[in-house]
Write a protein that binds this ligand. Structure first.
Ligand SMILES: CCCCCc1ccc(-c2ccc(S(=O)(=O)CCO)cc2)cc1[C@H]1C[C@H]1c1ccccn1
Length: 240
């Protein structure tokens, strides 16, 4: 089949992001600080500035009972659910559907005082990853979101400042088969979620404001999103 012009970039960025997401916090270089913890959820960030702008990379690890990696990635990737869990979203448009697992989005996010409102254009790709090592282990699933250009929606043409991001959601399903050989239920599955993101806020915003926003928004986002998936799937057959 004819390749979409974005495909080589999608494939390269997905492989690069999954490799980094698989690395433990210790292997990801130095300077990571734990900045939020809530039960199984641990959030780390590294303080980094590019041209005087805060672009702190973020890495969160969470283990959620009762859901699978395939289910988590479906609810993160599929636009029809996004308004349900993405609280900072003001508007979302699907600019292009490249395939059933690759789409291009335009999103405007709610303004965060005193900074100006932001928007973002990104491709989003969902993929099942071969479970290299232990053959019979459950698969891993990922969604990678990466900023891209759009000639119809040039950066900073309207009221919004364009932000640039790379996000990787990497999910590993864990099954704990019941001792008595009864069929597997949601009590026997859990999902290890690794969420990595680097957001360049585009135009200038005070470092103190950005860091306060990230500190507040990221834990809220991951807790709300995972609770949403648990609630959506609880009475449905398990999707491995
Ligand atoms: C002055 C603030 C400038 C930056 C505002 C802003 C915009 C978009 C985003 C963002 C855009 C996409 C994603 S995603 O993971 O791809 C899911 C799809 O929506 C994630 C986060 C983040 C933030 C920063 C608030 C911070 C923040 C952090 C987690 C959630 C919401 N807001």
């Amino acid at each position: 089949a004819v390749q979409h012009p974005l495909w080589p970039e999608v494939d390269r960025v997905v492989k690069q992001q999954v490799t980094m997401a698989k690395m433990g916090i210790g292997e990801c270089g130095t300077g990571w600080q734990l900045f939020a913890e809530d039960g199984e959820m641990k959030m780390y960030r590294r303080e980094e500035e590019v041209d005087g702008m805060v672009v702190d990379p973020l890495k969160a690890v969470h283990v959620v009972k009762g859901i699978t990696g395939h289910e988590v990635c479906n609810y993160f990737f599929n636009p029809k659910y996004r308004y349900d869990w993405e609280t900072t979203l003001e508007h979302m448009t699907v600019l292009e559907t490249i395939s059933d697992d690759t789409m291009v989005f335009l999103q405007t996010h709610k303004r965060i005082w005193p900074a100006s409102q932001r928007d973002v254009v990104f491709w989003s790709h969902m993929r099942k990853l071969p479970n290299g090592q232990d053959r019979d282990g459950p698969d891993m699933w990922t969604v990678v979101n990466n900023s891209t250009e759009s000639s119809e929606h040039p950066a900073n043409a309207g009221k919004c400042v364009r932000i640039y991001l790379t996000v990787c959601l990497l999910c590993q399903t864990r099954v704990h088969p019941p001792k008595d050989g009864t069929p597997i239920s949601r009590d026997n599955v859990s999902c290890k979620i690794t969420y990595c993101s680097v957001v360049n806020p585009g135009g200038w915003a005070p470092a103190s404001v950005l860091r306060a926003v990230y500190k507040r928004e990221y834990p809220k986002f991951l807790k709300r999103f995972t609770a949403y998936v648990v609630n959506q799937t609880k009475n449905q057959p398990i999707l491995f």
